[in-house]
Design a binder for this molecule. Structure first.
Ligand code: BG6
Length: 513
């Protein structure tokens, strides 16, 4: 029975009532469709959650038949489907996949798309909702949106809705994000606009709110009185594989991961409790965190609080790797960072004086994303502490990926006559507690977009406020007279020495992953 007194529960229960829908993916011949989107729809189908009479239309420039498109996607699904690939299920699921060839700027392509969508509705005997997914190169977003508006495809038919999902990157600075937002909002209402950030769809990211607001144990301590500092690490053991160097070299770690994914994690960790779980209540609280970030303005403040670096040649997992500047499609004189570490402060009552250390890097020793909450030491410890290892404070570690779970480090007495202490770990692992794999982020997010729940999508003001903060750092790096240096680290190491010093100056160390 739903607990009507509890607004959190009501919203959770009503979340996944998805209605019949046609999804149009722009840029459907790209990697994202093959690797993430189609496997996500296939797995939604495998769980029995796909709306009835569902259709997905791939819209792209290359000439292709439905059959060829389906065969390419089948190969992708075999490799990438979370629950494996079942020939029988694929045979029926793939019948809902269609291909539509057109240039993104060609009005005729959209007129034909409209005819095709109307034809599907006639075959169904009822109009369907329409979800337009922008997975093309970002330059194409504007013409696509303008064409959708010109053909009236942005309006739902027969009382059904039309929504848009925008992939990242959402702009490359505040000005471009604002420009894009005006085109998006001239075409779709904000409530029909879903700016995707796949980190929000990760099971453990969603669990941060439950951990904080459903357990009486943590929230009373979740503030500057008890927390010494917080670290967020996103380590990757890959470089510029798959031709990514071209895009990455125009973006860099700060734009590619910090402005979006890491700021989203930061918001979830630092936000105030929302009054309910409606999309706007949650996003109202998240955006306040970004707005309260103490600005870093000018090369001095940026140099003191932000470390940028590129990897040099080295080896990861015993495999030798070239340096960043030698990567395919990267400018040999590139000034783009593949690693960034920041020391941030959130100027609110709750977080006054608590440093948040955030780092992201390519070609680090392993792939791991985690948040660690480092609690203060008790005011007085009546035991001998000389045998204690360093960093023995209570730490709560939230492992976002892989090996999703949480660990609490506490001090215990070692067995024996003496009163010696040792740090021990209480560990919760999703895999052992729940015994089944969590849905992929894209499964959750696609279902949410179809169900009309925008909680796990970025709102316009979140995106713009994040860019406003990031722009100052980019400005100090690329447009000031005395920009802070570009540091270096060998591929396969944990980043530049300067990033260790950033914490060292405050008497802290990065947690060993
Ligand atoms: C993407 C970035 O948004 O996220 C990539 O553009 C990054 O550079 C990727 O590798 C990481 O996602 P995940 O889910 O593998 O941690």
């Amino acid at each position: 029975m739903p607990d009507l007194e509890n607004p959190f529960q009501e919203t959770l229960l009503s979340r996944h009532r998805a209605e019949p829908c046609t999804v149009v993916i722009f840029g459907a011949t790209g990697d994202l469709t093959n690797r993430k989107l189609i496997p996500a729809f296939y797995n939604i189908a495998a769980c029995g959650d796909l709306p009835p009479q569902f259709k997905v239309v791939g819209f792209a420039r290359r000439e292709k038949t439905d059959e060829v498109f389906r065969t390419e996607l089948e190969a992708g699904n075999r490799k990438n489907s979370r629950q494996g690939h079942n020939d029988e299920l694929w045979a029926s699921f793939s019948q809902c996949i269609h291909y539509h060839r057109s240039e993104f700027e060609d009005p005729a392509g959209y007129v034909n798309l409209k005819l095709q969508l109307d034809k599907f509705d006639q075959e169904r005997g009822t109009p369907a909702n329409r979800l337009f997914y922008l997975a093309s190169a970002p330059e194409a977003f504007k013409p696509i949106l303008e064409m959708l508006r010109a053909t009236g495809l942005n309006e739902g038919v027969g009382g059904k809705w039309a929504r848009v999902v925008c992939e990242k990157p959402f702009g490359k600075d505040l000005a471009t994000a604002r420009g894009l937002n005006s085109v998006v909002n001239a075409t779709f209402k904000e409530e029909d606009t879903y700016r995707i950030d796949h980190y929000l769809g990760k099971e453990t990211a969603q669990n941060i709110m439950v951990l904080r607001f459903a357990n009486a144990l943590f929230e009373p301590n979740w503030n500057s009185r008890y927390i010494d500092h917080i670290q967020i690490t996103c380590a990757e053991n890959l470089g510029m594989e798959g031709g990514r160097g071209g895009y990455y070299d125009t973006a860099g770690a700060l734009r590619d991961m910090v402005q979006n994914h890491l700021f989203q994690l930061l918001s979830l960790v630092a936000m105030e409790p929302p009054t309910d779980l409606s999309a706007d209540s949650v996003r109202d609280e998240k955006v306040k965190v970004i707005r309260a970030l103490r600005p870093l303005i000018g090369p001095e403040a940026v140099g003191k609080n932000v470390i940028r670096a590129q990897y040099t040649a080295g080896s990861v997992d015993g495999v030798s790797r070239v340096g960043y500047r030698q990567e395919d499609r990267v400018n040999p004189e590139s000034k783009t960072e593949a690693y960034v570490a920041l020391r941030l402060f959130i100027d609110t009552w709750r977080w006054q004086g608590v440093p948040f250390y955030i780092r992201m890097g390519k070609q680090l020793p392993k792939k791991a994303t985690e948040i660690s909450i480092h609690f203060k030491k008790p005011p007085q410890v009546p035991f001998a502490t000389k045998n204690l290892i360093k960093n023995s404070e209570n730490t709560l570690v939230i492992r976002i990926q892989p090996d999703e779970g949480m660990a609490m480090r506490i001090l215990c007495k070692q067995p024996g006559q003496a009163m010696n202490m040792q740090q021990v770990k209480m560990d919760f692992r999703y895999s052992s507690s729940f015994g089944k794999a969590s849905p992929e982020a894209y499964e959750r997010l696609l279902l949410d977009a179809m169900a009309g729940d925008a909680t796990l999508f970025a709102r316009r003001d979140e995106v713009e406020n994040a860019w406003k903060f990031i722009d100052e750092i980019e400005h100090a790096w690329h447009q000031s007279d005395n920009p802070p240096p570009m540091c270096e680290y060998p591929a396969g190491s944990w980043g530049p020495k300067e990033a260790d010093d950033l914490l060292g100056l405050d008497g802290h160390e990065w947690r060993l992953l």
